[in-house]
Write a protein that binds this ligand. Structure first.
Ligand code: C2E
Ligand code: CA
Ligand code: CA
Length: 542
């Protein structure tokens, strides 16, 4: 009826809800079903009774008595009297629970590997093609890793398939630990697993490092004994890696790619990892070598500082820029242009940069006692990753008060790349440091995403004209125009402008003519070790 009371039920319904039919009649859904189910049933009933709709849908109902959940195909139609008014509804529910269970089971069998319960080859291929399509749309890089156990066949042959299966199950579990929500793990067959990484960086280089780090983590995770029937068993794996961009949108190409990479990993020996793309492999090797050596060098505090002077129009030194130098026993002299990018991607830039700041503040403190050096500013390069690190502002504040130095002599050189994302947060951090008295200099100016809008909003002190413009100043009229523009911009925004990379007298004269007042470059002085400057300036001017 209209008050949603049962007027008739059959035996099956009575059996399901666990209440005799005569007790159901006159009752309401709340008495027989859990609250959510009852609510949904009412909603359907109202659609039928109030709007005259015929409702047909699949529903999952739960009873109050036994708490049993079953699936139904439920059809409800309005019953009308002779005048066409709805006076009740008739509902017919078909129990399709078994049917659903069979369907789910078929789905599971078709798309999941029964041994490990991971997605099987078919499902992985499907997910891959979706992932490649979304990569093509968004540009976010992705990677496919194929993980293959070393010497699995030996175990299978010598100890039997039962043990082999146990190992595969446990490998599947270990691989599943530590996955990000955007990672998909599946089993390709035999002892081969696929790991798909989505939403890596937009930047291929960075994505490559992310894929390498994940692959290394996988190798580490598998490195440790498995328990097969109480016996300890040790195994290793090899990994082939291909990036989505290697595949040009084609799943087959991607799979062939990782297969090729895997074979070269196999021939390199157990527990290896190889990229499909040869250039990437070369690049990864280089980075991995530098990274390992750099980590040691930082731990042993072997990164040195050289200082390059900055001059005014009267050829007086107004300050020095600190530049990192690394002489490695194995790698020889490594240029910061090579190791700083590696440090940035690996996170090593945080301890390295902190150490360089500490050294720089120690120098400023020491120079307070040296008349020839007292009052000179010291410029320190700060990478975006370092600047964004949560502890940066507090650590620097502590450091300055610990050393008791004049913060006005510390200049932080930042680049435009810092301003690409999270500009608000960057500005607020810059302002906190500016309030302490620290100065900011915008390095390599003119090479980045020059948006004049943000320049006004940043608490800047100085623009550094990038050396590429200075080097072609005399021969390229475009570069000359850019230099002139930057100088004018500095004037109008009330910022100091310094030209770097000045190598020739003629460049200096031209810059002077254009109104530039500050200079840095080989023409004025090369970067030299700290003690040389202390000897030169400490004596000469006192
Ligand atoms: P940068 O900050 O633009 O530093 C100027 C670079 O130009 C230095 O190279 C310097 O030796 C070089 N240079 C100076 N005058 C001249 C010149 O007249 N002609 C030419 N051709 N080059 C000149 P360096 O020391 O190899 O450093 C390269 C880059 O590495 C730096 O560029 C900076 O981006 C980065 N870097 C160096 N030290 C550090 C550091 O401590 N922290 C961070 N985050 N980056 C650093
Ligand atoms: Ca610099
Ligand atoms: Ca620069």
């Amino acid at each position: 009826g209209r008050d949603l009371r049962y007027q008739y039920v059959n035996r099956k319904v009575a059996d399901y809800v666990g209440v005799p039919a005569e007790k159901i009649i006159g009752g309401q859904d709340e008495q027989f079903f859990d609250p959510q189910t009852a609510e949904r049933l009412h909603e359907n009933d109202r659609r039928v009774l109030e709007h005259g709709e015929r409702v047909a849908r699949e529903e999952v109902n739960r009873t109050l008595a036994g708490g049993e959940t079953r699936s139904f195909l439920s059809v409800k139609i309005p019953l009308r009297d002779t005048r066409g008014e709805i006076y009740a509804l008739c509902g017919i529910s078909t129990d399709i629970t078994e049917h659903r269970e069979i369907q789910n089971e078929l789905h599971r069998l078709a798309f999941y590997d029964p041994l490990t319960t991971l997605p099987n080859r078919r499902l992985m291929l499907d997910r891959l093609s979706h992932a490649l399509a979304s990569h093509a749309e968004t540009g976010f890089e992705g990677a496919l890793l194929i993980v293959d156990l070393d010497n699995f066949k030996t175990l299978n042959d010598s100890q039997g398939h039962e043990r082999g299966d146990q190992l595969l199950r446990q490998v599947g579990e270990r691989l599943g630990e530590g996955l990000r929500p955007t990672d998909t793990l599946g089993r390709l067959g035999a002892d081969e697993f696929l790991l798909m990484l989505e939403d890596l960086s937009l930047d291929t280089e960075r994505a490559m490092v992310q894929a390498r780090d994940t692959a290394e983590a996988v190798l580490t995770r598998l490195d440790g004994p498995f328990d097969l029937d109480g016996a300890s068993y040790v195994t290793t794996a090899s990994i082939g890696v291909a990036l989505f961009s290697d595949a040009r949108g084609d799943v087959d190409t991607l799979l062939k790619g990782v297969d090729l990479a895997l074979s070269s990993a196999k021939s390199a020996g157990r527990q290896s990892l190889r990229f499909f793309n040869q250039q990437m492999q070369v690049e990864i090797n280089r980075r991995t070598r530098i990274e390992a050596a750099l980590r040691r060098a930082i731990n042993e505090d072997r990164i040195e500082l050289h200082l390059q002077p900055q001059f005014d129009l009267q050829s007086r030194i107004i300050g020095l820029e600190a530049l990192a130098r690394w002489q490695d026993a194995e790698l020889g002299q490594v240029s910061p242009a090579d190791f700083i990018p590696v440090a940035e991607l690996s996170g090593l830039i945080v301890p390295l940069g902190q150490r360089i700041l500490e050294r720089s503040c120690e120098l400023l403190r020491k120079w307070q006692q040296m008349p020839g050096l007292r009052g000179l500013s010291l410029a320190v390069n700060i990478s975006p990753e370092q600047f964004r690190h949560p502890g940066f502002v507090d650590d620097l504040r502590d450091l300055i008060s610990r050393e008791g130095i004049d913060p006005g002599l510390l200049e932080l050189e930042i680049t435009e790349s810092l301003l690409i994302d999270d500009l608000e947060n960057t500005i607020s951090r810059m302002e906190q440091l500016r309030e302490l008295g620290i100065r900011f200099s915008l390095d390599d100016f003119g090479t980045g995403y020059a948006s004049l809008g943000y320049l006004k909003r940043l608490p800047l002190y100085q623009l550094k004209i990038d050396q590429s413009f200075v080097s072609d100043l005399l021969t390229d009229s475009n570069d000359a125009a850019i230099v002139r523009t930057i100088i004018a911009l500095g004037d109008s925004l009330d910022l100091r402008v310094l030209a770097e990379g000045v190598e020739q007298e003629a460049q200096f004269l031209r810059l002077d003519e254009m109104g530039c007042k500050l200079f840095q470059g080989f023409h004025f002085g090369r970067p030299k070790p700290v003690d040389e400057w202390e000897r030169l300036l400490g004596e000469g001017m006192d």
